[in-house]
Design a protein around this ligand. Structure first.
Ligand SMILES: Cc1cc2nc3c(=O)[nH]c(=O)nc-3n(C[C@H](O)[C@H](O)[C@H](O)COP(=O)(O)OP(=O)(O)OC[C@H]3O[C@@H](n4cnc5c(N)ncnc54)[C@H](O)[C@@H]3O)c2cc1C
Length: 495
C-alpha cells in the first residue's frame, strides 16, 4: 500500500460525489474527488428537478436558498398522474424544477467553499484494497491512496466492477432517444402517444432549442445516436423530421433497473447511480444519490475519526438499500403503466382514479418526494414513537438563545439532543463535543407527511442527516443504546 493521501477518495464529481465530499468536509474529514471530466460542464440534460426531501436536506445544511433562487417550484410530483403536495407539512411542499447542470454547479461551489480538492481529467482504472486502505490508479498514471474509497461514478461504475460487487436486476425492455436540437419547421409541442409509446417535444428557455424524447427504441440500442437516426424517428412518429439540425447533444436512456447487491465491500463503498439505476420516471435518481450521500457522509466521518466502529457503515446499506429498492420498484410500476396498449391504458385510468383520492395521493406523493422514508434503526420500533426512523420536522422552536428552526440546528451536521421537557433534564457527561444538547419549547402542532399529527415527545435525538434516532423522556432506557449506536457515546447524565 502507498502512503495515505486522503482519508476518503470519492470517484466521480456528479451530484452524489459532490454532496458526499461536502458532507465529509463539513465533518472535518480530508476527502478528495477524482473525476474524469476536465470541468463540471455537463453535456446533455438529465435530472430536471429536486424533490421535497432533497430540498429539506439542503435546508438542513443552510444552502437551500441557493437552489431555490435558480429554480422554479411546481406543486405537483408525478406517479402516473400529477399528485398535488401543496398540503404536505413541510416548508418545501413542491418539486423544484432545476436542470442537473445547475444543481451540480451549486454543489460544486459548496464543496469548493469547504476546500474539497477535485482531481480532474483523471479516470480511475484500477484499485487495490488492503486491510487499512485502498490504492487507486488512474489511466493517466496518477496514483492515490486513501483509507476509504467511495464509488460515486455513475451507473457504469468502474469502482463497483473492480470491487467485484454484483449488479443484478432487470434488463432493458425498451429505450428512449433524447436530444436538444434546432428545427426549421414549427415543432409539435407536448406529448404524442402511439403504439411505440409516449413521445414528447418541449421548447427550452432560449425559445429556439427543442427538447425531443422519442419512445419505443430498441432495448439494446447503445452508443450516441446520430442526427439521421433522430430525423428518421421524428418522421416515423410525426410524419416529418421538422428540418431538425444543429444538435446540442443526442443521447439515450433505457428502463434497465439494477441495484448493487452490496453497498460496501471492505473499505469500498458505493453511492448514487453506482449503486442503483432505473428509468427516470418520477424524477428520482439524482435525489436518491444526494440522499445516499447525506446518509453515508456523517457515518463515514465518525468512523474515519474513530468516534464509531466501522459497523456503523453497515447501517448505510441497511437503510439506503431498501430506500432505493422502493424507488426501483415504483419506476418499474410506472413503466408498465405507460405501456402503449389499450388494455394497459384501461388499467392506467383506474390507477389515476385511485390516485385522485386523498389517501393514495398522500401516500404516493410522500413516496415520490422522499418525505415518507422510515429507516429501520435496527431496534424494534414496536409501539415506539412515530418519529423514530423518520425525518424530524422543521419545527419553529424557542430556545434560550431565542427562536430557532430545527433544521438550523443541523447546519454543522452535528447530532442534536432536543429536549422539550423541563430545562436541564439532560446533562452530557461524555460526548459533549459530539452532541448539541438544546433545551427548547414548542407550542405548535407536530405533523408528519402521510402520517398526520403526532404527539411531541419529551425529547428527541436527531442524527446529522435529520432522522430521529430516539424519542422519549429522560427515564427512557433506550437512550443509552441509541447514543452508543449513533453517536459512539456511552453515557449521558440525566438530572
Ligand atoms: C434522461 C434522464 C433524465 C433524468 N431525470 C431525472 C430527474 O428528473 N430527477 C432525478 O432525480 N434524476 C433524474 N435522472 C437521473 C440522474 O441523472 C442520475 O441519477 C444522477 O446523475 C446520478 O448522479 P451520480 O452522481 O450518482 O452519477 P453521475 O451523475 O453519473 O456522475 C458520475 C460521475 O463520475 C464520473 N466518472 C465515471 N467513471 C469515472 C472514472 N472511472 N474515473 C473518474 N470519474 C468517473 C463521471 O464523469 C461523472 O461525473 C435522469 C437521468 C436521465 C438519463
Amino acid at each position: 500500500m502507498q502512503t495515505i493521501d486522503h482519508d476518503v477518495i470519492i470517484v466521480g464529481a456528479g451530484p452524489t460525489g459532490l454532496m458526499l465530499a461536502a458532507e465529509l468536509a463539513l465533518a472535518g474529514v480530508d476527502a478528495a474527488i477524482v473525476e474524469r471530466k476536465p470541468t463540471q460542464a455537463r453535456v446533455g440534460g438529465r435530472a430536471g428537478g429536486l424533490h421535497a426531501r432533497t430540498l429539506e436536506l439542503l435546508d438542513q445544511r443552510g444552502i437551500v436558498d441557493r437552489f431555490l433562487a435558480q429554480g422554479k417550484t411546481h406543486p405537483r410530483v408525478s406517479f402516473h398522474a400529477a399528485l398535488d403536495i401543496r398540503d404536505f407539512p413541510t416548508r418545501h411542499n413542491y418539486l423544484l424544477a432545476l436542470p442537473q447542470e445547475r444543481t451540480e454547479r451549486l454543489l460544486a461551489a459548496w464543496a469548493d467553499e469547504l476546500h474539497v480538492p477535485v482531481y480532474r481529467d483523471l479516470e480511475v482504472g484500477a484499485i487495490a484494497c488492503y486491510a487499512d486502505g485502498v490504492d487507486v490508479a488512474t489511466a493517466q498514471g496518477k496514483a492515490l491512496c486513501a483509507r476509504w474509497l467511495v464509488g460515486c461514478d455513475g451507473g457504469r461504475s468502474v469502482v463497483r466492477k473492480l470491487a467485484g460487487i454484483g449488479f443484478p436486476g432487470w434488463e432493458a425492455s425498451t429505450s428512449w432517444l433524447i436530444a436538444e436540437v434546432r428545427m426549421t419547421e414549427k415543432p409539435v409541442l407536448g406529448f404524442r402517444e402511439d403504439a411505440a409509446g409516449r413521445h414528447a417535444m418541449s421548447m427550452l428557455e432560449d425559445g429556439e432549442t427543442v427538447g425531443v424524447v422519442l419512445a419505443g427504441r430498441a432495448p439494446d440500442a447503445t452508443g450516441e445516436p446520430s442526427l439521421d437516426e433522430l430525423a428518421a424517428g421524428l418522421k416515423a412518429v410525426y410524419g416529418t423530421d421538422f428540418g431538425v439540425h444543429s444538435p446540442a447533444w443526442l443521447s439515450r436512456f433505457s428502463d434497465a433497473t439494477r441495484q448493487a447487491d452490496a453497498y460496501r465491500k471492505g473499505r469500498i463503498l458505493l453511492a448514487g447511480d453506482a449503486a442503483h439505476i432505473h428509468p427516470p420516471l418520477g424524477g428520482q435518481g439524482l435525489n436518491l444519490g444526494i440522499q445516499d450521500a447525506v446518509n453515508l457522509g456523517w457515518k463515514l466521518a465518525q468512523v474515519v475519526k474513530g468516534m464509531s466502529p466501522d459497523a456503523l457503515l453497515d447501517t448505510y446499506q441497511a437503510e439506503r438499500h431498501p430506500a432505493a429498492e422502493r424507488v426501483l420498484r415504483n419506476t418499474i410500476a410506472q413503466g408498465v403503466l405507460r405501456r402503449p396498449d389499450a388494455r394497459t391504458a384501461v388499467l392506467g385510468e383506474f390507477v389515476a382514479e385511485m390516485l385522485a383520492m386523498d389517501e393514495p395521493r398522500k401516500r404516493f406523493g410522500g413516496m415520490i418526494s422522499g418525505l415518507d422514508i422510515r429507516y429501520d434503526l435496527g431496534y424494534d420500533l414496536g409501539d415506539g414513537h412515530p418519529l423514530l426512523g423518520r425525518r424530524m420536522p422543521d419545527l419553529d422552536i424557542a430556545t434560550a438563545d431565542g427562536p430557532a428552526r430545527v433544521f438550523a440546528l443541523l447546519h454543522d451536521a452535528r447530532q442534536v439532543l432536543l429536549n422539550f421537557e423541563r430545562p436541564g433534564a439532560f446533562a452530557l457527561e461524555d460526548g459533549g463535543e459530539r452532541i448539541a444538547l438544546i433545551d427548547a419549547t414548542f407550542d405548535g402542532v407536530c405533523e408528519l407527511p402521510v402520517i398526520g399529527v403526532v404527539p411531541l415527545p419529551a425529547a428527541v435525538l436527531i442524527r446529522p442527516d435529520g432522522y430521529v434516532a430516539w424519542a422519549g423522556d429522560a427515564d427512557d432506557a433506550g437512550l443509552p443504546t441509541a447514543l452508543q449506536a449513533w453517536c459512539g457515546v456511552r453515557s449521558l447524565g440525566i438530572r
